[in-house]
Design a protein. Structure first.
Lengths: 307, 307
DNA sequence: TAGCTGTTATGCGCTTTTGCATAAGGGAGC
DNA sequence: GCTCCCTTATGCAAAAGCGCATAACAGCTA
């Protein structure tokens, strides 16, 4: 139909140069040579009739026009990687690569033992775990399976609601012994409260949920895992998922009757992967394990020590 | 990072062969020769360690393993085409290609005059219009702008609700003169009712909305445009969007008090295109025009004759 | 059965592209 | 200022890929 004179390899060259910032680095990345990539970029610019980079002795930097093309080139790369993943094993084997994306907390604190158990059962299974609180990935094939705290409302995506996770304020018993336990919300202003830094999504959620102010926080980080580490290091009072907190007896609820809310957990995969055995097996395993995690609720549990 | 021995051009060759069913046809499509594509498929199969096609004197047909890779290759192609679209004009020009997807009715009966007016204002603007009732396209870059009847609830997608379109039963006055006007719902069983054929989404919606049965329909088509044409040809009683029906005075409401429901209209575009002038201009134009369409409601209007 | 049209597979010559080697330019540290 | 390390650009030879021509096979029609 539309015969297209420009080679797809030129797009890959474009992406590699844009991401590395130089022909030489890009050549190292994709296993080619600097003159080759230079000529491919030349050819692409000629074919598109558009200047993509400004060249300098320090490397190449994207022009505005080139910047506009970057997301699409990334989309191509994501699809290419997904294709390689699909080809990494036969559809009937529980082997090959499965790429999972999850929120920081779930991916960093909940999934590792779950994945470990899964891999123990299936020695040929390779798992890639991407921690990000964005979630724009399934349709673009950035991942095969997504664990999300919002309903994935996309067509062509199979979503299963796992359950509802209660959240609350917690603190380490050592912290409470040192600084005392707040009895009212107002007491919090005299404590070290752990919270986000600049995360706009968190800011919006906070504003809606309560009249809290970011200035309340005496320790601020946009890394949920850093916040959790601070909490476990007896560094202050912070929000934690109840099933997670229940795994560490030294974490004690703070103002449990005054502060409590919840998040839904969703598991999602792409429709096309339904008949792919390794994705399906991973999906089902995650569903069972996350269901068990949710059911922990606030009960203490002896299992799963997490460094 | 991951050095990748397989050329992206091989993926394009794979896609073309899979979609056309033969090396020769694929070669014609993408402007290469049959021996070249044959060797590229060979190389790809060797690189993936996977048989993609079964070769026969009648052509090549996908194996199961090859079938699994097809969606990802299509994703690459969609991204490549989107990239070309982005490069088709400078970001400051209102020129180049904009690809719009819409439902059959909106795309086939509402948008053409709207697009015509837009193109009259911007001579350099090329519009591609894709009519489909599926809507899995924005994130995968199958289109730049989507007009949808459901809320596009995806991240990285900018959505604007245009309004609410009332729907009702209509018939041509010639039909009513010939067959009479039904006075009750029960009367419909003696009439020629126009409805869907096998569309599972429509079947589900019908089941929820009312106790209607597909057997009521004496003319069945899953093409909404064919249904509309039947309606305008005085062929029976069918559902129509009120603003659309109001443009043709010969269409008369049937049982307006007994049968009425509505659809929301949403306009959506990808976040990355926000600063792209031609997409932005098209988006805004569609927003205004569709708003005017919705506001027509049931008022007759003299404007816009549609063949 | 003969002939036509479609297909894939293969040998060969040539064009294209690649990689190597090198030149040339800019910045950091001494 | 000098050296070292990074970069891009270019000349040239070799290799890889491409297209042309052709062979071989299957299905359809007369």
């Amino acid at each position: 139909m539309t015969r297209n004179a420009v080679s797809w390899d030129h797009y890959r060259a474009f992406l590699a140069v844009a991401e590395t910032g130089s022909l030489s680095a890009a050549a190292r990345q994709i296993g080619q040579t600097q003159p080759t990539l230079g000529r491919q970029i030349d050819a692409l610019e000629r074919a598109l009739g558009l200047s993509l980079f400004v060249r300098s002795p320090a490397g190449l930097t994207l022009t505005e026009g080139g910047h506009d093309l970057l997301p699409d080139a990334q989309g191509m790369a994501a699809a290419a990687e997904a294709l390689l993943r699909s080809a990494s094993a036969g559809r009937d084997e529980t082997a090959g690569v499965v790429r999972i994306t999850a929120s920081e907390i779930v991916g960093g604190a909940v999934l590792p033992p779950v994945v470990a158990a899964l891999q123990a059962q299936h020695p040929g299974l390779v798992v890639e775990l991407v921690l990000t609180n964005r979630s724009e990935d399934l349709l673009r094939r950035d991942a095969d399976i997504a664990v999300r705290m919002v309903r994935p409302d996309q067509n062509a995506v199979i979503a299963r609601q796992i359950g509802r996770v209660p959240l609350g304020l917690y603190a380490h018993e050592a912290y409470l012994a040192r600084c005392g336990s707040p009895q009212t919300l107002a007491d919090l202003s005299t404590h070290t409260v752990i919270g986000f830094d600049r995360n706009p999504a968190a800011a919006r959620a906070l504003e809606v949920g309560s009249g809290w102010d970011r200035r309340l926080f005496r320790f601020r980080s946009d890394s949920d895992l850093a916040q959790l580490a601070m909490l476990r290091a007896a560094g202050g009072i912070g929000v934690c998922q109840a099933p997670l907190a229940s795994q560490w007896p030294e974490l004690r609820p703070v103002l449990p009757d005054l502060v409590s809310f919840h998040l839904d957990i969703w598991l999602a995969m792409h429709e096309d992967q339904r008949r792919n055995r390794r994705v399906r097996v991973t999906f089902d395993h995650l569903a069972v394990a996350l269901r068990a995690y949710v059911d922990l609720k606030t009960l203490p549990s002896a299992s799963g020590s997490l460094e």
